[in-house]
Ligand binder design. Structure first.
Ligand code: ADP
Ligand code: MG
Length: 210
């Protein structure tokens, strides 16, 4: 399969549907160790993205990703809005002028997205944030791409690793974001941003698998 602007739009629509499906669950996770708005924040953002795409779809993958980035930055709010916005912005820059993306380009875009989140939020692995889903996803994606895999396999490897990474946040004590205010009481809960990141990558993988 080739990943062009139309498939990128289809993948973003799949992400929006997944966010809507898991809105309440993500909000409940954030109620446990945050302020109970993560699902609402993402849902507001991706609803706005869908509205913008309905008004006219961009014609290159980079433009699709940039539309998502600017929309999330202006609508999501909270800590996660600028972080997801930065992720999509860096991914947009990474794919550059390419009309179609292969497994290597997708792995590079994921890597750039993760690096952007780390640059912006300063979280390290083990701090119980979305980075704990993103970094295993990036490692798995790069391993798959280095092995010559195409976009569906690269994204499905990333999604599997992110899901494991989200589960692995449970015993961690949060050291970044609102959850860090809870100290030891943040232990024993899945990080909402790690979980939403895993869902997002699963949706991308599902779309790429067709
Ligand atoms: P807020 O915490 O402002 O209410 P959200 O509830 O939308 O924002 O998002 C919370 C999620 O954001 C957390 O679960 C965590 O994964 C992520 N997060 C918070 N701060 C950081 C950070 N500095 N770096 C990476 N991720 C972070
Ligand atoms: Mg919150």
């Amino acid at each position: 399969m080739v990943c062009d602007a139309a498939t990128t739009v289809a993948a973003i629509r799949a992400v929006a549907a997944t966010v809507a499906e898991h809105r309440v669950e993500l909000t409940h996770l954030d109620r446990d160790i945050g302020d109970g708005d993560h699902g609402e924040n993402l849902s507001r953002g991706f609803t706005a993205v869908i509205t913008k795409l309905a008004a006219g779809s961009p014609e290159t993958p980079t433009a699709v990703l940039k539309l998502v980035a600017t929309t999330l930055i202006s609508t999501v709010g909270g800590a996660s809005g600028p972080l997801f916005g930065t992720a999509f912005l860096r991914a947009s820059t990474s794919v550059g002028a390419a009309e179609t993306l292969d497994g290597t380009a997708v792995a590079a875009a994921l890597t750039a997205a993760r690096d952007g989140v780390v640059a912006r939020g300063k979280a390290e692995s083990g701090d119980k944030t979305m980075v704990d889903a993103l970094t295993p996803a990036v490692n798995a994606a790069n391993a798959a791409a280095d092995g010559g895999r195409g976009v569906p396999e690269v994204l499905s490897a990333a999604a599997d690793a992110a899901a494991d990474g989200a589960v692995a946040t449970t015993p961690m004590q949060a050291r970044k974001g609102r959850a860090s205010y809870l100290g030891e009481r943040s232990i024993g809960h899945v990080d909402p941003g790690a979980q939403s990141t895993a869902y997002l990558l699963r949706a991308l993988a599902g779309a790429a698998a067709g």
